[in-house]
Design a protein around this ligand. Structure first.
Ligand SMILES: C[S@@+](CC[C@H](N)C(=O)[O-])C[C@H]1O[C@@H](n2cnc3c(N)ncnc32)[C@H](O)[C@@H]1O
Length: 284
């Protein structure tokens, strides 16, 4: 059994991490989100992510894909908790502009949201501040170590409205029909069982609730992330829409990532109706 602090000691950089988070989260949003210019040219400190040791059991291949593939693309290894400090790297503010990304989603105070694949809470803490004390953030992860870091970080950031949930690769463990918005940042491509997870997310959302996938652009060879950790918009839509979600839009103002927004239909069958042409916004 891992003791309360052992995880931190064995994960280089994490003691400094809580302090870094506090500093990062107390800087005014405007100062944290510089204009995208130049972001692409900045080298990423490390794009090599340690793989989680507990690999999901091999699943029956979906749609004749070879093991480890889904609808023609490789499924990435789950990023290990041992690399959690990478999730709080200083350059992430420039690379991902987390506050601007969250602002673009126009999440109202009091909303019930889920940060699925929350890691150590980089986005959960920001979400918690956005929804305020009357709102709630369910923060899920398949790795208990990540949830332990998340709890520590939430405590250090003094937010009390995050509910950590241990999930599995086939069960979200989110309460059904209660969520206004589900955010998955840099997670979907790691899901070993996308169809099952998407069905679970659909069940968790309220009718009209949104699923937001933030993924590194697979179309752009300049984005310095391993190919299996990137996704094209076309591939995401090909995988998500057949599971009953309606594509709303893709926001394209971040230096490296798509912000892809889907909706749970309000009425059964609404996803089959021809919606107004889906938009792909270049800038906010
Ligand atoms: C690259 S990290 C991103 C963490 C966090 N979203 C962030 O941006 O800081 C991916 C996380 O997703 C988690 N994960 C992978 N598959 C998952 C699944 N099916 N359900 C929940 N969490 C998952 C991993 O354990 C890991 O913590």
């Amino acid at each position: 059994m891992i003791g309360k602090n052992r995880g931190f000691k064995s994960c280089a950089g994490l003691p400094a991490l809580a302090a870094a988070i506090l500093v990062a989260l107390q800087v005014p949003a405007a100062a944290q989100d510089p204009a995208p210019s130049g972001g692409k040219d900045e080298p990423v400190k490390s794009t090599a992510r340690p793989k989680a040791k507990t690999k999901a059991k091999a699943k029956a291949p979906a749609r004749n894909d070879p093991p480890g593939f889904y609808m023609g693309r490789p499924i990435a290894d789950v990023m290990s908790w041992e690399g959690a400090d990478w999730l709080f790297r200083e350059t992430r503010i420039q690379e991902e502009q987390p506050e601007a990304m969250l602002r673009s989603l126009k999440i109202p105070a009091g909303a019930t949201v889920a940060d699925v694949g929350a890691g150590a809470g980089y986005y959960s803490i920001r979400l918690a501040r956005k929804v305020g004390p009357k709102g709630v953030v369910y923060a899920t992860d398949v790795q208990p170590e990540m949830l332990r870091f998340l709890r520590e970080n939430a405590r250090a950031a003094r937010v009390a409205n995050i509910k950590p949930i241990r999930s599995t690769q086939t069960k979200t463990n989110l309460p059904a029909g209660t969520i206004d918005l589900i955010l998955m940042v840099d997670v979907y491509h790691e899901c070993t069982d996308p169809e099952v997870i998407l069905q679970g997310l659909l069940t968790a959302l309220k009718p009209g609730g949104r699923l937001v996938l933030v993924e590194f652009r697979g179309e752009d060879p300049e984005v310095p992330i391993k190919p299996e950790h990137k996704m094209t918009l076309e591939q995401v839509r090909k995988e998500v829409e057949p599971q009953g979600f309606t594509f709303k839009e893709s926001l394209e103002f971040l230096p490296w990532q798509h912000v892809i927004i889907f909706e749970k239909p309000r009425e059964p069958g609404d996803d089959k109706k021809k919606a107004s042409p889906a938009t792909t916004k270049k800038a906010q």
